[in-house]
Write a protein that binds this ligand. Sequence first.
Ligand code: CP
Length: 313
Amino acid sequence: MKLDRRKDLLGLRDLEREEIELILDTAVPMKDIIKRDIKKVPALRGKAMVTVFYEPSTRTRTSFEIAGKYLSADTVNLAVSTSSVQKGESLRDTIKTIEVMGFDLMVMRHSMSGTPHYVARNTKMRVINAGDGANEHPTQALLDMYTIRERKGTLEGLKVAIVGDILHSRVARSNIYGLGKFGCEIRVVGPSTLMPPEVEKLSVKAYYSLEEAFADVDVINVLRIQRERQQSGLFPSLEEYANLYMVTPESLKKAKKDVLVLHPGPMNRGVEISSEIADGSKAVIDEQVTNGVAVRMALLFLMMGGSKSEIVA
Ligand code: CP
């Protein structure tokens, strides 16, 4: 099976379970490459990719860039803040300009939901969504799923709690779509003001207390409080939020003993997660970052024509 029948990767909502499994399985040998002294294989030699981020990023942009380099693709970062976007060049003209330079694939982040979908319809380049507004962040969910599967041995039937700002979170949405295809029981928990309307239509159960939501869970995924997307009044103060919803050793008491704690980063320590948890033995936050490189290598490799059996040793 190949992934190259899809031109683009825009979200997990429309991805088949088998396609997710293929990406996760392909990321396993990619992780071996990252551990080598010489972290380079010729798999994508002659291919060119560009990252175009209209919003800040540390993990996603850098890991796509190094993933492409480990596979020998030529990788370029368009620094939007110093580009001709600042002179008023339109999105359409920017994309066309990049396309005619001969790039095969674009990785895009934008604050407006649906922008990578618009771009994908209007370019010959393959497009990977690196986060669009509050819609989806598919590669974050793929690396979360990889990390959970690696630690737990399976995704099937796990109880997963997603905590915090569900309303604004593209990470929550992509995790819900992805994990839902593997029969996980998904609980979302946070203040009612940060729950999407009709949240149950996402096939999740909503909770408003950590104690209830964490009973017997295998995995807790702690979301970042997105200060940049908060409208005033969604909760009284960060202190009040932390009092009720910060994940601490105390709040994990009813979870399974071997519960995993994930966070997509960047963290607001002392707001959604305590340092004791972030730096403790249950957290797999650094592993998520490493696995993000492997998963993005797998995705780039599969989308530009490779199949799992063709990975060059
Ligand atoms: N998790 C995540 O998307 O992090 P960055 O914003 O640093 O890419």
